[in-house]
Ligand binder design. Sequence first.
Ligand code: F6P
Length: 543
Amino acid sequence: MKPATKAAREALTRAAAAAHGVHLRDMFAADRQRFARLSISWNDWLLDYSKQRVTADTMGLLQDLWAAADVPGWIALMRQGAAINHSEGRAALHIALRHPAGKGPILHGGRDVMPGVQGELEKMRRFAAAIHGRHWRGATGEPISDIVNIGIGGSDLGPRMATRALAAFRHPELRVHYVANLDGADLSTVLAGLQPRTTLFIIASKTFTTQETMQNAASARHWLVQALGEAAVARHFVAVSTNLAEVARFGIDPENAFAFWDWVGGRYSLWSAIGLPLVLAVGFDNFSRLLAGAHAMDEHFFSAPAAENLPALLALLEIWNSNFLGAGNRALLPYSQSLSLLPRYLQQLEMESNGKQIDRQGLPLDCSTAPVLWGEAGTNGQHAFYQLIHQGGRLVPCEFIVCRQPDFPLPGHHEKLLANCFAQSEALMRGRTLAETTAELATSGMAPDQVALLAPYRTFPGNQPSTTLLLPRLDPFNLGALLALYEHKVFVESVIWDINPFDQWGVEYGKQLASRLLPIIEGKAAAAALDSSTAGLIDACKS
Ligand code: F6P
């Protein structure tokens, strides 16, 4: 972290030592106002962090860290379009993608990016209207019934997650599918249920060079051309990319290419034309509401003081848990089937952004950065890995997300979902002492020797920190705000850790080695200078 944060860090280290051995249940017992003190509202959201191992003093020290790291100064740089992605010489202006038309310019290199942003949005709107209105016809004159988005990473996870999240808003007739994996099983199983005549492919790739996407696109093209001939490509393929020259080389009509810009990082690109499959899935009006929600969160992030700023609070709590209490992970637990892909989406957003070990000066960091993010929709996770969180002996900060109202209101379901969510955070916080367990088993009529035998197994340490984010409902506006919340959380953390969250050089090395191994596996090059394991594995495949 930056030298300027030294005093704040030292104070936090002392606070962490003092907090050692203090149990959350005792904190609640000592302060009846704890929930009121350590929870905040925004719009009709509620963020309850009273079950985190913090006091009001700890929060004050964390806010000192925010100030010492000059987070407000970095927010200003982001908004000005400065090249804060310094290792790639780029701005990070995803906020422009949800900036409302007519609300003033957003400058990049002295030029307003908003006319370009609005132009692409309008093109997406018209395209969706043509597909939904059945005016866009395939090569045989039939309307499109199935969309297949081919992309990976940021060109897949965002629209895929949001399409599931907004399932309640889906277009009744159009089906939207996603293919990402290089494993032919992914494309093959999706295509197995489709007809070339009524299928439209979106090839989504910022660079239009990503191996997985290009291979899947080539195989999809082959599938279509075999059935309908080469001339059909123009009616069945559109592309989303920053590399329009490569799009044209693939044979996609430039009219059917949707652009975005190098100042949009892949994992921040849902709001751009990368959101096209989502527009088709839920309609342009709902996509506009998603953008409006994200913009509302942007405004909140830019203006609220750290103590009332949702992204700041989530970031500061993560830093407290990981850098001062030593947690190496965080469990994301949405009690919402529709948000079941959120953990996967946030794995890229958080870990690809902040999984770094070199600071902005090019020096090794003196602290750990992004903790491992994992998770699963509740209540499913309760029947899989919660045992470890309750009794596994590891510190696992948990983040619960739940909505007051269901998006699919089946009688009897939602109250039980809420009860389970709140019960888990309560159990994780309180735990159950040996004395309590012993008393409970004895009252149940169990024989004393059995009670003595079983009580230790049924005792829970508790003191497991958690945050609960309670949303009114899962709709496009709230989803947009939720995703923007996490984008800004990641940014705040990066500023405090003094790292660049917008590059991902770590991913490149594996890609480079895969290109070196491919000709060896294909038998076109000799295996030279390989370690014995890699060489042995390749030999085993060939034989
Ligand atoms: O995984 C590395 C990465 O570069 C991601 O950052 C990106 O979202 C993904 O590959 C896909 O890249 P593209 O959109 O250029 O195909």
